[in-house]
Structures are given as C-alpha cells and as structure tokens.
Ligand binder design. Structure first.
Ligand SMILES: Nc1nc2c(c(=O)[nH]1)N[C@H]1C(S)=C(S)[C@@H](COP(=O)(O)OP(=O)(O)OC[C@H]3O[C@@H](n4cnc5c(N)ncnc54)[C@H](O)[C@@H]3O)O[C@H]1N2
Ligand code: MOO
Length: 420
C-alpha cells in the first residue's frame, strides 16, 4: 500500500511573539501547511459530478466528431453553385439525417435534403435553411448571399481529439460531464472524498429531544456545518456532541482522528474557565491559538492532533459559519486535492454607512437591495443566526480603519463565492 502524504505536525506553528494574527497571514500559513491527503480512484464520468480530478483529462474524440448540419435544410457543394443571382439545384433522391448518414457522394450542381445533426455527405460543404428556399419540380430555388460552409459545424470546431479538457485539481461540474461525455471520456481518476468530522462542545447543548433545563439550548452549529461540508463535496462525519469535559473532548478527538481527515469543532475555543478545547489542544496537540484579527471569530484554534488538523471555531454560530467559509473552505479544498480556492468578491455600492475601527477584518451579513446596492443585517451580534438566512452573502471590510458612506464601493461575496 502506498504511503499517503501526511501533514507535518507543527504546520500551524506561528513565529514566537505573534499575537493577533491578520487574516491574510493566517490564510497564508494555512495555505502553506495544507496539501492533498486523500487517495485516488477511478469513477465513471456519469457518477463523477462534484469530484476532484487527480489526473488531467484529455478528449478521446473530437467534438463534433464529424462535420454535420446545424439546421434542417438542403446541402450542396458551394463551389458548384450556378453563378446567377437566382440559384436552382436539382434535388437528388435520399436524405441525410442525424444518426442516418447518406453514404454516397452528392454530385456537383445538385442538392440533398439534410436534417440538423446529420453528417455532411461527401460532396456537401454548405447548407441552406429550409425557410430560405422554395421547392418546385423537385428543385431547390434560392437567392445567393450564402457563404461557403454556412449552417454547418466543422469536425473538431469545439474540441479536437487529444486536447486537454481539464487539469488535475478541477472539481467536476455538470457542464464538464457534458463535454467529457461528448468526447468519449467514460471514466476519470479522482480523489477519494475528504472525510471531515464535526464535533460540538458545550454543556448547554441539546442535540435532539427537548430542552429540559432552563440553561440549555439546541445545537445549531453541528447540523449547519455537516450540511456545509456535504455541499462542498466531502463526507461529513457527525462526531456528535460532548460536554465541557476535558476527558470527553480528548476522547472525541482521538476517536475522530482515526476516522476522518480533518475535524471542525465549535465552542470552547476562547480562554474561559470551560474553554477546554483550546486548553487540550495547547497541552496535547500542536496548537497555535490564532487570535486572528477577524470579526466575528477571533478565538480560532488550529492544531494538529496526531497528524489530523483540528479547526477549533468559536461557539457563536455566526462566527462558526464565517470562520468555516473563510478558513476551513480553502484549507479543506487544498487537502481534498482541489487546491486553494479563494472566494471572488464584487465591488458594489453600499446601501449603508458605518465607521469601522482599525485592527480587525470584519465580515457582515449582507444582501443586495432592488437597486443592486449592498444592505447589511440590522445586528452584528454573532448569536443572531437568523441574519445568516436573511443574507445572501457577506460584506468584507478591510483590516484598516474605514468609514463607509452610502454609495461607496465595498466588497461583497455572494454565498455562491463560498460554494454554497
Ligand atoms: N473574556 C472574553 N470573552 C469572550 C471573548 C473574548 O475575547 N474575551 N470572545 C467572545 C467571542 S467574540 C466569542 S465568538 C466567543 C467564543 O467563545 P467559545 O469558542 O469559547 O464559545 P463558547 O463560549 O463555547 O460559546 C459561545 C456562544 O455560542 C453558543 N454555542 C456554542 N456552541 C453552540 C452550538 N453548537 N449551537 C448553538 N450555539 C452554540 C454558546 O452557548 C455561547 O452562547 O467568546 C466570547 N467571549
Ligand atoms: O468571535 Mo465572536 O463571533 O466575534 O462573537
């Protein structure tokens, strides 16, 4: 069995003395530390949607594989057309249709009935649309003005046999399945799906059933993150919920590390009395608590637990969501073989005004109004989960101080930019 690449055990280590890490620095270190950790397998193209290519894919045949007609009409050799303005060609017997080739040669100065998709018979290089002709006495009459090759599709005009279709690392989309199928590619080499575990921590959490004590709340993070991971194409593994108990957390990490490639935890990431996640990772794993300069999500723990990366995100659901999009998404993509995938934002006018202090990058829940301006959710509270559903994306405000006035251009990332 081949040895799989492992991540180095100190790959999250930050230089000594670094405290609040800027988002870009944290991302650059993550990018440097991550690499593909999954095996490869061969799958049929029809079942390859959402999978990540492990090898380049080349067309086996051209698209189209042969010259054919783009319309229903009449085909002939352009060079043999009569010189006069008003053209008349005798129609020969037979026709060419999609899947029913006309195997003989069409003689010069004559035309043949052809249908859309029909292979062009020998002797035909041009087709006239049936709407543009008049048929009388088994002859086709039409006016000049046609160009050679009109209404036909050249062999290989789209893709030539042997051409590179997709490079390794590409995530297969429905439209990619079309071009691979059209060019005779029936199976592809892909990475096995990355397995990512999700663990919730916190004595206050209830996963199912009823809230029985007055200090309990339902677990919102785990169901959200499991769905997010599935949408990104990973095997989302439910590692359940543990209380604020160091032994339980330790056991959950150890068990999870045996079955998954990476773990996302929420809760207990900051430095409170019951914040055991950060304590355990500090003492028993290679932890770098990145007090990352981001809002929401400042307490953000990244650690290696026996070669399994653990993303310890804050318990507040909005922070857990934003941190997953900003940090976990590109890092997991790299581990899964698809490379680092930074989201693409758009510059759009703000429909709001806001004064932002220097020091932290801020992500606000946002959506477009009817004038295509960006409006923001009424609250920045990171427990206000409903705002994530109200929004259709996030606004990013830079690390430095910024005074946003209505109409100023700001960066908006639709949720689609994060693959959801
Ligand atoms: N003294 C300080 N206190 C806090 C700071 C700080 O810098 N100094 N940061 C605040 C911020 S910002 C955040 S975010 C939280 C993060 O803390 P933890 O990661 O330790 O998260 P918890 O305290 O466990 O939980 C925070 C909040 O979220 C609720 N929660 C937790 N898990 C879930 C879940 N699965 N589903 C729904 N809600 C969940 C939890 O009940 C808390 O209300 O620390 C602040 N404090
Ligand atoms: O990390 Mo917190 O989300 O800003 O409440």
């Amino acid at each position: 069995m081949t040895q799989l690449p492992k991540l180095s055990n100190d790959c999250f280590a930050l230089p000594r003395g670094v405290d609040w890490t800027p988002v870009d620095v944290a991302l650059a270190m993550l990018k440097d530390a991550m690499k593909p950790v999954v095996r490869t397998e061969q799958v049929e193209v029809i079942a390859a949607g959402g999978r990540i290519l492990a090898k380049d894919v080349f067309a086996k045949t051209s698209n189209p594989p042969f010259a054919n007609s783009a319309v229903d009409g009449y085909g002939f050799a352009f060079d043999s057309l009569p010189k006069q303005e008003q053209k008349t060609l005798p129609l020969i017997d037979g026709r060419a249709a999609a899947g029913q080739a006309y195997d003989a040669t069409v003689p010069p100065n004559s035309a043949i009935r052809v249908l859309t998709g029909a292979r062009l018979p020998d002797g035909v290089d041009t087709v006239i649309l049936q709407e543009d002709v008049h048929i009388e006495n088994n002859q086709v009459h039409f006016e000049s003005g046609l160009k050679q090759g009109a209404n036909t599709r050249r062999a290989g005009e789209d893709v030539i046999s042997g051409e590179l279709l997709f490079q390794a690392g590409h995530k297969i989309q429905p439209q990619d399945i079309a071009i691979m199928s059209a060019t005779g590619v029936d199976d592809v080499n892909v990475y096995q799906k990355l397995r990512v575990g999700v663990l919730s921590t916190g004595d206050e959490l209830v996963s199912d059933g009823n809230i029985t004590q007055n200090a309990q709340i339902f677990d919102a993070n785990r169901p959200m993150l499991l769905d997010l991971l599935s949408r990104w194409g990973y095997v989302a593994v439910d590692l359940g919920h543990v209380g604020d108990d160091p032994d339980q957390i330790r056991q959950a990490f150890a068990k999870g590390a045996k079955t998954v490639d990476a773990i996302i935890t929420t809760g207990g990431a900051s430095a409170g009395d019951e914040d055991h996640v950060s304590n355990i990772l500090t003492q028993e794993a290679t932890l770098q608590t990145w007090r990352v300069a981001i809002k929401p999500g400042r307490p953000l723990a990244l650690a290696m637990w026996q070669e399994t990366p653990i993303f310890g995100f804050p318990g507040n659901p909005v922070a857990a969501f934003v941190c997953s999009l900003i940090f976990a998404r590109p890092a997991l993509s790299e581990m899964a073989g698809a490379g680092w995938n930074a989201p693409r934002g758009f510059q759009l006018p703000a429909a709001f005004s806001k004064s932002k202090k220097a020091g932290r990058r801020e992500f606000l829940r946002a959506r477009l109004n009817d004038d295509n301006q960006v409006e923001i959710f009424k609250s920045e509270g990171s427990g206000r989960i409903s705002g994530l559903s109200w929004a259709t994306g996030l606004v990013e405000l830079p690390d430095h101080k910024m005074d946003v006035a209505k109409g100023d251009l700001i960066t908006f990332y639709p949720y689609g930019a994060f693959g959801i």
